[in-house]
Design a binder for this molecule. Structure first.
Ligand code: 3PG
Length: 401
């Protein structure tokens, strides 16, 4: 169901479930990408004369008010981005929410306080979730679901509310699905997937699902050491998931049998300790323990030869999906691998997709502009679960699965 299915929205009370879960440092938003991604739908509703009540979670508070997770900074930033006033309710379904929602006129917007300040939002019990959703439903005539980052959660505002009111997907969800559908159903080849991040165990589902569908998988980030161990190499004190070594070896074999190139680093940056001031050297990937730091060496980035090879593979592809940093990009000496891959993605003659919260934050922190990429997904877990082929409750309930 798309926005059009909701008919003329002039004068209607519309509750929109967004994903305003942005990173905050001392109350200041450090990456407003998710807010900017919400603007097209919010503007479409406001321009149509709707009375818009925007709802979201932020962080993982424990079902009760917790000031560090207040959405007030989000409401303030949205007012700047929308260039119009944004009212803020200090609760989610209480007096403040009801009064704020009731005071809206056509083309006006309010943000309610964090959904997860209410235990009903994330309750496992269907009735408890349903009761909280019913309180939200009283605030509106129709519901728009546009928080793509949260569609993998069966939570009151995502799932139950969409059953209780006439509901439809917003423009962000529609756009995300169009891109992710292309990645799974009709990628132009060559199709390369770049995977990083710390754990193999977080990526099992996505590797399983994508391995038969892609031409190349490039492995970086902390998870690369488990793959090196699967090839029989020593990794010194680098991150290692011993219980996943067999699984990694299985992927290497499956790739060989399936004619998929599974590319592992040939060199890595090894450091004396975890820190921006650590001594560090480049070593061959099969000789990490031969570095001056011996068995205490820590691999914190892919090496320059690997970065160049990954960049070339990415640039030579027509479709690229990237999830997970190549190294500890937050520390300057270990950011080069992630930077090289990000730069190569901006040069793809085809579709380049950055998926996941960390990767999106990484490209912005490294100074890249969103417009340099084909698409930056607002979903971390959600986009991975979609690419794993899972059914996502927040999409199923809208008839989009
Ligand atoms: C995310 O950041 O991936 C979404 O906002 C979902 O948040 P959650 O993992 O706390 O449900």
């Amino acid at each position: 169901r798309t926005l059009e299915t909701l008919g003329d929205l002039a004068g209607k009370r519309v509750v929109i479930r967004c994903d305003f879960n942005v990173p905050l440092s001392d109350g200041v938003i450090t990456d407003d990408g998710r807010l900017r991604a919400s603007l097209p739908t919010l503007n479409a509703l406001l321009d149509a004369g709707a009375r818009v009540v925007a709802i979201s979670h932020l962080g993982r508070p424990k079902g009760e008010p917790d000031p560090q997770y207040s959405l007030k900074p989000v409401a303030d930033r949205l007012a700047e981005l929308l260039d119009r006033p944004v009212a803020f309710a200090t609760d989610t379904v209480g007096d403040s929410a009801r009064e704020t929602a009731a005071s809206l006129e056509d083309g006006q917007i309010a943000v309610l306080e964090n959904l997860r300040f209410n235990a009903g939002e994330t309750a496992k019990d269907d009735a408890e979730r349903g009761a909280f959703a019913a309180q939200l439903a009283e605030l509106a005539d129709v519901m728009v679901s546009d928080g793509f980052g949260v569609v993998h959660r069966k939570q009151a505002s995502v799932y139950d509310l969409a059953q209780q009111l006439p509901s439809a997907a917003g423009l962000l969800i529609a756009k995300e699905l169009e891109v992710l559908d292309t990645l799974t159903e009709s990628p132009v080849r060559p199709y390369t997937v770049v995977l990083g991040g710390s754990k193999v165990s977080d990526k099992l589902g996505v590797i399983d699902h994508l391995l038969p569908r892609v031409d190349r998988i490039l492995i970086g980030g902390g998870m690369l050491f488990t793959f090196l161990a699967a090839q029989g190499h020593k990794v010194a004190s680098s991150l290692l998931e011993s219980d996943q070594i067999e699984t990694a070896a299985g992927y290497i074999r499956a790739a060989e049998e399936g004619g998929v190139e599974l590319v592992l680093p040939t060199d890595v940056v090894v450091a004396s300790k975890f820190g921006a001031d650590a001594d560090h050297v480049v070593t061959a990937a099969d000789a990490i323990e031969d570095s001056p730091f011996g068995a205490s060496g820590l691999g914190l980035d892919i090496g320059p030869d690997t970065a160049a090879a990954f960049a070339e593979a990415v640039r030579g592809s027509k479709t690229v999906f990237w999830n997970g940093p190549m190294g500890v990009f937050e520390l300057e000496p270990f950011a080069a691998g992630t930077k090289a891959v990000a730069q190569a993605l901006t040069e793809v003659d085809g579709l380049s997709v950055v998926g996941g919260g960390d990767s999106a934050a990484a490209v912005r922190q490294l100074g890249f502009d969103d417009s340099a990429f084909g698409h930056i997904s607002t979903g971390g877990g959600a986009s991975l679960e979609f690419l794993e082929g899972k059914k996502l409750p927040g999409l199923e309930v809208l008839g989009w699965a």
